[in-house]
Design a binder for this molecule. Sequence first.
Ligand SMILES: [Zn+2]
Ligand SMILES: [Zn+2]
Length: 244
Amino acid sequence: MWRVFSKTVKRIDSVGTGLVSLFFPPRCYLCREELERLDVICDNCRNSLPRISGPMCTVCGQPLVDELIDLCHSCGIRLRHFDMVRTLGIYRDGWQRLIQGLKFEGEKAIAGELSALMADYLKDKDPFGVVDTFSYVPLNRRRRRQRGFNQSQLLANSLSRTFSIPVEHGLRKIRATPPQTGLSRQLRRKSLHNAFTCRPSTAKGRTVLIDDVYTTGTTVEECAQALKRAGYERVFVLTVARTL
Ligand SMILES: [Zn+2]
Ligand SMILES: [Zn+2]
């Protein structure tokens, strides 16, 4: 019993301690139900997080209505810098509350829960095959200092431990950009152009770029371009959620 308990404590501690781990008895972050073991959310809430299923764009993973079409409009009209994007769920309900709790309330234990769900997805679906590294969307230095951590890096570090695959730390955001929320796709692209760079790394081949939310894809595309310029042949993207 103790061994199981201490193992769970270790899992939560390994991604940092936020308020979640201080409450006792532990309660589900989403529904506040009392939990039988130290965990972030209950099985009920975990099972009811809305997953993406059904027909989707083979490149960017956008859900599609028509089963006979395999590319979305954006991927149909131009070549994307990433090779494939996959996402666990739609950015609303539980997914949105978990991501906001991690980013804005600093509940780092949530990163353990989200990365475990990402790991389950990779084991279950295996969308990218064999990969050499995990990488993450970086924050610029000022934002990183303000928040104290980079949520995407926490997720990548945790996945790295689960799969024993190294993390690529060479990607950098070299200039600050205005908040992207509310900007059109064109303005986002203009504002993020050449905002990222990656030092030529020793690990070449295939990387999985980790981010929390996929919106228009501009950020991950700029990152993918920087990773490819540095020598990566394939850049896959895995995000927790996406907007519709
Ligand atoms: Zn719950
Ligand atoms: Zn697409």
